[in-house]
Structure formats: C-alpha cells, structure tokens
Design a protein around this ligand. Sequence first.
Ligand SMILES: [Ca+2]
Ligand SMILES: [Ca+2]
Ligand SMILES: [Ca+2]
Length: 699
Amino acid sequence: MKNTILLTIILTILLAVIPCSAAVITVEPDGSGDEPTIQDAIDVAVTGDEVVLSIGTYTGDGNRDIDFGGRSITVRSTNPNDPNIVAVTIIDCESDPCEPHRGFTFESGEDANSIVSGLTVTNGFGPDEEFLYYIEWSVGGAIYCHSSSPTITNCTFGGNSASSGGGMCNWQNSSPTVTNCTFGGNSAGSGGGISNGGNSSPTITNCIFTSNSAVHDGGGMENYDNSSPTITNCTFGGNSGGAGGMYNYDSSPTVTNCTFVGNTANYSGGGICNIYSSSPTVTNCTFTDNSAEYNGGGMFNEGYSTVTNCTFVGNTANYSGGGICNYPTSSPAITNCTFGGNTASYGSGGGMYNMSSSSTITNCTFGGNSAGSGGGGMYNLGGSPTVTNCILWANSSEQVSCSGGSSPVITYNDIQGGWEGEGNINIDPHFVDPNGPDGVIGTEDDDLRLQPSSPCIDTGDPNQTPYVAALVIDEWHWAVVEPIQLNKLGINPATIVVYDWYGGIYDEGFDYDIINQGSATYLMLHIFGGAYPDFTTLDGLELFHVNYDYLINFDTDLDGNPRIVDGDYDGIAVVDMGAFEVQPDPIELLDILADDIIDLNLRRGIENSLLAKIDAAIAKLEDDNPKNDRAAVRLLRAFINAVKAQKGKKISANADDLIAAAQQIIDMLIGEEVESGGADRIRTPKRRMIRRLPPAKRR
Ligand SMILES: [Ca+2]
Ligand SMILES: [Ca+2]
Ligand SMILES: [Ca+2]
C-alpha cells in the first residue's frame, strides 16, 4: 500500500513536471500516415503540433482546400530547407475553372504561429469567395488569406490561377509573412503572383516572382486599397500584365534590394506602375530590360514615389518615358539613380518623361538613353521639375527637351550641349567606362562612376550641406554634428559638440559609432546619462532609438559611400554631380601631406626623415597586399610620433596640422579595414580605379 501511494506520488510529480510536448503527425501521399489526409491531421492537431508530409504528391479532398481552422501549428515537408525535398513534396489541387480548388485557406484570423513550410502547391484554381463589393469572386489559386496573417516559408507556388491572386490572395487586413518562396507561372485576371487588397500589407522577403501573368494590373504582384507590403530582396522576372512586375493602386509598398528584369506591361509600368496616390519607397533596386506597351518602361508614377539608389538599364516604352514616366499630379523624388540605354521608341523622354509633373531629380546620371521624338535623356511637358546635380551626357537625340510651357529648375548639372542655369556645365564628365566591356553604351556593364579627372567632382550645388545636424538628445541636451568629417572612413569626434538646453557644453561625455545598414550610413550618438526622448523625426532627419542611443540617417551615393566629400582635395567638401561621389584616396592624401611637409622648409634631415615615412607608407598602399596597409598605418603612427617629438622644436609651426592630417589617413585606413571585416581592405573595382591616378604631382 505504501509503495502504491509512493508510486502514485512519483507518477503525479513526473506528470506534472514533464511538459506536454508538441506532437508530430505524419501524412503520407497514399494515406498510410498517422492520419489519412492533411486536413485530417490538422483537425486533430493542437497548438504547437507539426503536421509533416512525406515526399510525394498529395491529391484529392482533404489534401486541398486545406483550412487551419485558426490553429497555431506547422504544416511542412520533411525538410523545408532542402529545395529538392520541397520540389517533390507537392500538393496538386487538380483543379480547373469548372472544379476550383486551392491549396490553403486562412480565414479564421490565423497569425504568424500558423505556418506552412517547404511545400509545393500547383494546379490550383481559386474558388469563389465573398470579395470586393460583396460579390463572389475567384481568389487565391494556391493560398487565400482573409483577415489572417500566417507564416509561409520555403514554398513554391507554380501553375495556379484565379481571378485575383493567381498564386496568393491576401484580402481584408491580411498581412502574412512570406519568406524564401517562389511564385512561378501563376496566372490571374489581376495579380498573377500575389494580390494584396483591402489594407493587406504582407512582409515578403527573399522571394522570386517569375513568369507570372495577369490580364490586368500586375503580372508579378498587385497592391490596392491601402495595401503596402514590405518587399525586400525579391526578384521580379519575366512577369506580364497590365503592369509588368508590380501594380500599385492607392498603395505605397516599401521595396528594397529588389530586381525587376524583363517584365512586360500591356499598358504602362513595365517594372512598377504606381497610380492613384500610390507613393512607394523604392531603394537599391535595379530595373533592367522591362518594357511597356505605352508609358514608363521601368516605372510609371502618378503619386509621390521616393526612388533612391536605383539603376534603370535597357527599359523600353513604346511611347513616353523609357526609364520612368511621371504623369500629371505626380511629384516623385528620384535620387542617386542611373539611367542608361532606356528607350522611348516612338515617344519622348528616353531616360525620363515628366508630364506636368513636379518631380525632384537629384544626383542622377543619364547616359545612352534615346527617344524617337525628343528628349533622349529627359523630356518635360509642362510642369516644373527640379533637376539638380545630375549628369545628362551621350543621350540621343537631345539631353533635355521642354515644351508645353514647362518651367523646370535646372541647376548644377553637367548637360552635354549646355543649359542655361546656375552652376550648369558642359564638359565631358569622364565616366570610368561609359560603354563597358561590351563596347555598347546603355547596357548593364557600363560604368558611370567618375574618373578622378571628372569636372563633376565637387561641382554640384555648394549649398548642400547634409552633414550638419542639430539633434535634440532629450529635453536637456542637444548635439551639433559638423559637416565633412562624418563618413564611414572615420569621424573626428572633435566635430561633435553636445550642448545642454541653455547653450552650455555638456561634459558628461558621449560615445558615437558609425553604423552601416544596407546602403545607408548612420551616426549613432550615445549620450551618457541621456533620457529617452519622445520623437522619431527632427528637421527631416530620420532618428531611431536603440535604448538610449540615437541614429541620424545621412546621405550616401549609389555605391553606399558618403555623399559630399572633398573629392578634389581643396579642403572644402562639395557634392559631386551624378549618382556616384568620388571618395578621397589615401594615397592622394599622403601626397598632399608630403607637399605640406616640403612647404614648411624644415631642416633637410627632418624633412628627409618625415618624407621617407610618407613614401614608405605610399609604397605599402600601392601594392596589392592588403596586409601591407597595416604597415602603412604603423608608418603613419611613427610619423606622428616623430612630429610630436619635434613639436615646438625643429617643427615650430603646423605640427598639429601634420598630425591631424596623418591621423585622418589612419582613420580612413582603419575604417576601411573595420568595414571589410579586417580581411580584405578596400580591393573594390572603384578603389583600383582611383589607384590608376597619375603619379603624385611632386615627383
Ligand atoms: Ca556596355
Ligand atoms: Ca565631392
Ligand atoms: Ca573640394
């Protein structure tokens, strides 16, 4: 009896301690698994369970029109990370318009804990659901989400169809997370790959949209009625529809690091079409070889799109705007973009067409674009676009054309043939390689960066000083960051001054760091003892909180390098024209330092000793072994010590200047080393280009 009681106690304790672990429920294509069908397995699953599908093809009722019923479970293949497994773990909906079925339906308010992973869904035809304007409508060939936001990873959706959303339809506040998925060869009336409507804003990352098609609106994707997905690292290739890659209607997605290639629009917007107040933020994207039957081979805008650090190459519109077409009411901000080899076949504006548009075009490079009837680089019909710091060269037939009472503000540009306006020049911009290795201008291999001899270096708008920021730290403190010194090559902390609210210097100390996120460079300020402010933006600068740290977003060029650096070594940083900012070269700075030493007329022995260290450092930098760059840093530190030893003695004047100049070069070299992880310093093609500078002036 005692033993029985003891055993009961022990068992009770054990049962209480051992958690109820998640079950794995297997399903086999022939029905021989734990449950006969996927739906049967889901129906017996509870929170945290996994329904695991063996490889094979799943067909018939119970293996299609699968409904999670709100469960927080995972349905997956045996190895979602193995593309070979994913390719042979197939839900074949075996449907057609007469007998519509889809893969999965989410309409019970599922959240991110409802997961589909590592499956292929094919041959779906979206069944009718109550849809827009309460009509029955065929939606979501492979997946339909209604007010639900599941997680979809590592899946392939191919050969599915629907009236809306051939691959996937997200409707009424559905914002799923879709990662590492391929949408290929799906078709729809609208939204061949995905349709997002009714305030549905999924997060779509690392996905491929290829060869999807739509009769209207968006071969790859459509977003409408305030649907603004976040789309990152995705490829849209070979899709076709009313708009080719993506169609946005009253929707403003954030599109970053995406590629749009070879998409075709039956109407306008080969890559992306933005209409009815759609104002997407498009950053670090490439638009290549897209085409539009009417306008906007690469992009068509009606809203206030923000397009930054993008490349438009070889896009074609039959009518206007080979690269971009901006229609009336639009006022996009287009910055740091290149336009090469875009064509407006029968219309105007090979690179860009502005029709009664007040576009703001800054630091863009137009080369090798062409138009059938005027404005090879840019055509402005009415409107008043602002064009600043741009290069328009080697476009045909004209660089810029205006008509219809257009009153553009065109200043500080390099325009072939000249253009009246403050700061405009008409000198060959000395592109690094405007034709590229293939010898053809306007193809992807063109290099529109600037040679060191370019007249576009430091000749942009001199009033542009983006590195000055007054930054409120909290209600007691604010900081001022001075221009020039902030770049990812290093920062001179003496140029950051933190004040208290009464204008006194804040002396409790602060720390700072340079953060590179994607192409953006941030200064992060950490004020010791600072409080947590209640704002996110100030004076147009983007601020981010990281605990008690503060980040300021600073401009960079198309390569992600700092904007507004002193590229001609005259001590004054001025923005370059074009999409690329020529960066200071440590060897050039060393040559200047050597010149400064000579100018001091020091005693011969001192001068020779200092110059020997500079020359040795240059020699270490000029070879191709990055390890020797550290030797250059050591030589420069020895140089600084030598100057310090003679400061106030044999070097009476300018000792501090010499030290500061050497330290700046050290910061640059170390900064580059840190940036590249310390392994390979700066062996980029651009750096090699700079290394081809003529030998130093003094020799
Ligand atoms: Ca080329
Ligand atoms: Ca510059
Ligand atoms: Ca300068």
